[in-house]
Design a protein. Structure first.
Length: 62
């Protein structure tokens, strides 16, 4: 965890938040999301709401 993601709000605001944890449907911690359509819960704090878009930026190669 510790990766920073951007929360894009419907009103045009963009917030950066750090991912505190990712868990599967059973509440087990996971390190990645390798499967398409896998349901995961991402702990970002209270800033993410219904209608928000969450995105992460790709690391640029040197």
């Amino acid at each position: 965890m510790g990766e920073t993601v951007e929360i894009m709000k419907p009103d045009g605001r963009n917030l950066e938040k750090e991912v505190a944890a990712i868990c599967d449907e059973e509440g087990n911690p996971v390190e990645s999301a390798p499967h398409p359509k896998q349901v995961l819960y991402v702990d970002l704090g209270a800033d993410a709401e219904c209608g928000d878009i969450i995105r992460r930026s790709e690391m640029e190669a040197d």
